[in-house]
Ligand binder design. Structure first.
Ligand SMILES: Cc1cc2nc3c(=O)[nH]c(=O)nc-3n(C[C@H](O)[C@H](O)[C@H](O)COP(=O)(O)O)c2cc1C
Length: 300
């Protein structure tokens, strides 16, 4: 099967021509849970990154994923960084790039996009189109970003005007520069703007980060984790992240009982089941590019 996202073409090509997996079938995966005030048809979803626009949301909604995250948007239009945006990676003492591994369970890739965005006029309408494509008991999370406090707040204000079911603050992308400090005052302003559940997307926790986020947890409704991990200056996603994800969830569980949407190398039924013992929803990103039907095999 061809990957749904073509890593050999640029972001705009994928945005316009993708997704590269077509199906007329819709798959129903039923294993309902409660998440905030929503009933969710199954505790599996797609994390921020590969739902580039409403066509991609529609595909993964048809494939039965219940929690769908619209790729991070900004308060203004921004082009993606030039290619290569994604390369296959093997861990071999150091990191080496390679061809696609034959075993899907070994796929790890780099992620180097720099958070591109359409202009708000486009994405606000497209989020509405996306929500209208969802099936019963599916939700759409809108991921937002700003390089400064002002930009983030502006983006949140526009996101809050869309019918997205939840908003996720992407404050952990390792390949953008930002002087944003998500402090109490900013978060209170954001909280007062957002009427739906509010999530923070975090990376692998350092002690310093844990201390910083602890007093902010009372203003949010959940955590998404983990973002790509920077190793040797490369932003890594996929299979290699899995142990870090499990460590991260266990550490965050010692400081909060908020819902956790987990992602980072989840690419098999065993991993989904292990994650669901610790977190509320298992999310796929890299695995869903190369194995879009993975979700439908979990709850048979
Ligand atoms: C192609 C690609 C694009 C991504 N874009 C975003 C993004 O826009 N916003 C974000 O918060 N994370 C983004 N990520 C990170 C993922 O959401 C996720 O945190 C990370 O890839 C770990 O999950 P995985 O191992 O299942 O890929 C991206 C990852 C990939 C592979």
């Amino acid at each position: 099967m061809n990957p749904v996202y073509n890593i050999y073409r640029d972001f705009n090509y994928n945005f316009v021509n993708g997704p590269f997996y077509k199906t007329d079938k819709t798959i129903k995966i039923s294993n309902p849970i409660k998440l905030w005030d929503y009933t969710i048809e199954a505790p599996i979803g797609i994390g921020a990154g590969i739902l580039l626009n409403s066509k991609w949301v529609e595909l993964y909604s048809n494939l039965g994923y219940s929690v769908l995250t619209y790729k991070t948007v900004r308060a203004y239009k921004k082009k993606a960084l030039s290619m290569p945006n994604c390369l296959f990676v093997n861990y071999d003492g150091g990191l080496v790039t390679s061809n696609m591994p034959s075993n899907k369970n070994n796929i790890s890739i780099t992620n180097h996009f720099g958070i591109p965005s359409q202009d708000p006029e486009f994405w606000m309408e497209d989020v509405e189109i996306s929500v209208n494509k969802l099936k019963k008991n599916q939700i759409l999370i809108l991921s937002v970003f700003g390089e400064t406090r002002r930009e983030l707040l502006r983006c949140v204000e526009m996101a809050a005007e869309t019918p997205a079911h939840a908003i996720e603050l992407n404050v952990s992308c390792p390949n953008v520069s930002s002087d944003l400090i998500l402090d109490r005052n900013l978060l209170i302003k954001i909280r007062n703007t957002v009427r739906v559940p509010l999530l923070i997307k975090v990376g692998y926790p350092t002690q310093e980060f844990e201390n910083y986020i602890k007093p902010l947890l009372c203003f949010i409704d959940g955590l998404s984790m983990i973002n790509s991990l920077k190793i040797n200056n490369i932003s890594l996603c996929g299979a290699l992240l899995y142990n870090k994800l499990i460590e991260a969830i266990k550490r965050y569980r010692t400081i909060t009982s908020l819902p956790i949407l987990a992602m980072g190398g989840i690419n098999s039924k065993d991993r989904v089941l292990e994650v669901l013992n610790l977190a509320n929803v298992a999310m796929f990103v890299t695995a869903a590019i190369f194995d879009p039907l993975i979700g439908s095999r979990i709850f048979k």
